[in-house]
Structures are given as C-alpha cells and as structure tokens.
Design a protein around this ligand. Structure first.
Ligand SMILES: [Zn+2]
Length: 233
C-alpha cells in the first residue's frame, strides 16, 4: 500500500463501502493522547459518534459493545459492535490491528494482535466467537490485516521460538525471526474465513516511518485503527 502525505490511511474499500475503516499515521500524533485522538476523530466521524476501545492486555477476551459501554473496556483485546454510532478503536505500534466485517448481519469488530495473542490462538477464538454471534455468516465475513511488524524484523528469543511452528521461523546465525502475518493468515483460513475475503495490507510498522514502531524507537506513542459501521460523517 502506498503511503500518502496524509495523516491517515483509508482502508474502508477493502471491507465494504458501508463502513469507515481508518488507520492513523504518525503525522496525526500519538493516538493514546485523548486530545490528539479527539481531534483526529472529529475530522472523520460525526459528533454523535462514541469512541470505544479495549484495555489491550495481550489476552484473548472479546466484548460486544454499544454506545452505553464504558471505555476503555477492561481486560479485552477485541471489540465488536452492531451499533452504528460507535467508533471502535485499537492502538498499536508493531502489534497488528485486524478488522472484521460481516455485510449480512452488519456486525463489525477490531482485534489487537501481538505474538502473545497469536500464540494463545486469539485469531481462531475470534472466528469461533463470530460463529456464535452470527451463525452461518462466516462465508461472508471480510477481514483486513492492518499494519504490523513483518517477518524480516520481528526477532524473538530462542525460548519463544518453540511457541511457533518451524515453518513460520527464519533463522539467521543466532537470531530467530517469526512471520506473524503468515501465522495470522493461516489461522484465519483454517478457522473458516474465506481466503478471498482476507486482505493483507502487508505494511511493516518497523520499516514504514509514517507509523510508530516500538521495536524501532522504543516509543510510547501509538497508532490507532478505527472502524465504524457507517461511512457517513
Ligand atoms: Zn519489516
């Protein structure tokens, strides 16, 4: 994907024209900052929108939220909604936000995925959660894999390498790298998401200077992914 001079990426087209899906770039500032985030949100979403995000604790809990839900939602890394006035948000800096949308049931969600969540099968449990929420809709569910650190740049310790099957690892001298994008894609497909409904942005936060990267800068600053079931401002 081509990075623009803008302070955001609009990835709505990869999900559906009825939704608004955005990723903030570093030019927009640290999305963990309430003021900066509010300014960004007011540019793209109506005043009536309510922004809801999870606490993000690198586990596998998902909440279904609406505009009454208190944000941040404690202990969750996944948030889904049917409420068209809600803007879902996920923060990241090398972890990967993953967008889900079902056009039939108009159900949408975002999950925050790092190696911990992936190794706890968070992708697979998210698809199981969808099967319960929207039975028989899995064939229509669209997924966008957002920015995140790539397999060339995500070095892990030798001890951690045992967590992932060897096919996802690259060993160089005494270093081990894991291709999390490939793990996520395989988990999605194996859990039942149609391959043609998965779009991988294939954008590495470590390489792309328009994104905050914890590994590159040890920064506390965060990018954010936003998803709303309504494309209108
Ligand atoms: Zn990379």
């Amino acid at each position: 994907m081509k990075i623009t001079e803008l302070d955001f990426l609009d990835i709505s087209e990869y999900l559906n024209s009825n939704v608004k899906a955005l990723v903030s770039l570093s030019k927009a500032g640290n999305m963990k900052d309430d003021f900066i985030r509010d300014v960004f949100i007011s540019k793209f979403f109506s005043e009536k929108s309510v922004v809801i995000f999870g606490e993000q604790v690198h586990r596998t809990k998902i909440a279904v939220v609406d505009r009454q839900t208190k944000s941040p939602v404690c202990g969750v890394d996944g948030i889904f909604t049917r409420d068209k006035s809600v803007v879902l948000a996920v923060f990241f800096a090398d972890c990967m936000p993953v967008f889900f949308y079902d056009p039939i049931s108009e159900f949408a969600g975002l999950i925050h995925l790092g190696w911990r969540g992936i190794s706890q099968n968070f992708v697979i449990s998210t698809v199981s959660f969808l099967e319960k929420q929207i039975p028989s809709s899995i064939p229509s569910v669209k997924v966008v894999m957002g920015p995140g650190i790539c397999g060339k740049h995500f070095e892990i310790s030798q001890e951690l390498a045992y967590v992932f099957p060897e096919i996802y690892l690259t060993r160089k001298k005494d270093k081990v790298f894991v291709n999390l994008r490939k793990v996520v894609k395989d988990h999605l497909v194996n859990a039942g998401i149609k391959e043609k409904n998965i779009y991988d942005l294939n954008l590495c936060s470590f390489e792309e200077e328009n994104l905050f990267s914890f590994r590159r800068n040890k920064t506390e600053e965060r990018n954010a992914a936003f998803l709303k079931l309504d494309s209108e401002k």
